[in-house]
Design a protein around this ligand. Structure first.
Ligand code: AMP
Length: 130
């Protein structure tokens, strides 16, 4: 293998093994405004809020995106939808409605490759998204 290819492969490997910003938040290496935490997941305020309430819900397990979900993650997803979301909806008084979205991949607008759910509320949201 030539030197240039070796460099590219080394860089790819480094990126693949590099901690995402969300993993650093899970490990409490960088600060976040954490609003929920248990053994399975964590929720914190988005640094660039798009609504009066904008919370990111993430699993502690490292899953890059919805494309990497398997049947083993059924319980984890159920926990997020039936335990974490209702608790946050109640706590942040989102009974008028909210949006729960996951961006996947480049066309989906995903920028952080650690699975996350945006919980947005506190204002009316139009459809479709841009
Ligand atoms: P997405 O574009 O769906 O991957 O969403 C990533 C989200 O993470 C964006 O809404 C960012 O504003 C948010 N974000 C990035 N870094 C941080 C951070 N350190 N703390 C909180 N939210 C962050």
């Amino acid at each position: 293998m030539n030197g240039r290819l070796q460099n590219i492969n080394a860089r790819r490997l480094k990126n693949m093994t590099k901690k995402t910003i969300f993993k650093k938040i899970i490990d409490h290496e960088i600060p976040a405004d954490i609003v929920f935490e248990d053994d399975i997941c964590m929720a914190f305020r988005d640094v660039n809020p798009q609504a009066p309430v904008h919370i990111l819900i993430i699993p502690k397990k490292e899953i890059a995106s919805t494309n990497q979900l398997t049947k083993d993650d059924t319980e984890l997803l159920g926990h997020i939808y039936t335990v974490v979301v209702p608790q946050l909806v109640d706590e942040f008084k989102l009974s008028d409605g909210y949006r729960l979205v996951t961006n996947c991949g480049n066309n989906g607008g995903q920028t952080v490759y650690h699975l996350h759910f945006h919980l947005l509320g506190g204002r009316f949201m139009s459809w479709p998204p841009g």
